[in-house]
Design a protein around this ligand. Structure first.
Ligand code: S3P
Length: 172
């Protein structure tokens, strides 16, 4: 099942709402390689949603699981790996990803991210009183770290998911 065309797993990083899951699925389909998703894998293994894990066990526990799952997925097979928005913030995760994968930052601006996430309540980090302020603060602190990814693919509200997948392929 391992892909012959990928030398390394392609790891999509970036903020909530950047399209990591949607673009990852399209990319995997276009290339005919496996699609891997760290958040989905954490939820499957725990049989709980990310929000439930945050609520019951706290964010540090989630981050621990996230590192374990990313390490395991990078070992298991080559494919397209979508990560959660916070995954690339840990130095340990960045190191694992850069050794065993190619990181691609889906780089969307704050307005676009907000437009995509504001109607959903699936994201525990945005459940407080000022979700826009929280997203903005996360965006500002995270951008310098996303910028360390191997590749930077700009997103825009006019780009379709398939176009974004093509842009990633062109960048690889
Ligand atoms: C998080 C993003 C989420 C999920 C968790 C924490 C973050 O993934 O991992 O809620 O820290 O930005 P998405 O980026 O897929 O929303």
């Amino acid at each position: 099942k391992n892909s012959l065309i990928l030398k390394k797993t392609v790891v999509l990083v970036g903020m909530m709402g950047a399209g990591k899951t949607a673009v990852g699925k399209a990319l995997a389909a276009q290339l005919g390689v496996p699609f891997l998703d760290s958040d989905a894998e954490i939820e499957r293994a725990a049989n709980m949603t990310i929000a439930e894990i945050f609520e019951r066990d706290g964010e540090p526990f989630f981050r621990q699981k996230e590192s374990q799952v990313i390490g395991r997925l990078l070992d298991e097979e080559r494919g397209i790996l979508s990560t959660g928005g916070g995954a690339f913030m840990s130095a340990e995760n960045r190191e694992m990803i850069s050794e065993r994968g190619v990181s691609v930052w889906l780089n969307a601006d704050l307005d676009l991210l907000w437009n995509r996430v504001k109607h959903k309540d699936t994201r525990p980090l945005l459940r407080g009183a000022d979700p826009y302020g929280t997203l903005k603060r996360l965006y500002e602190t995270r951008v310098p770290l996303y910028a360390r990814a191997d590749l930077n693919v700009r997103s825009d509200k006019t780009y379709s998911v398939d176009m974004m997948a093509k842009k990633v392929i062109e960048a690889l």
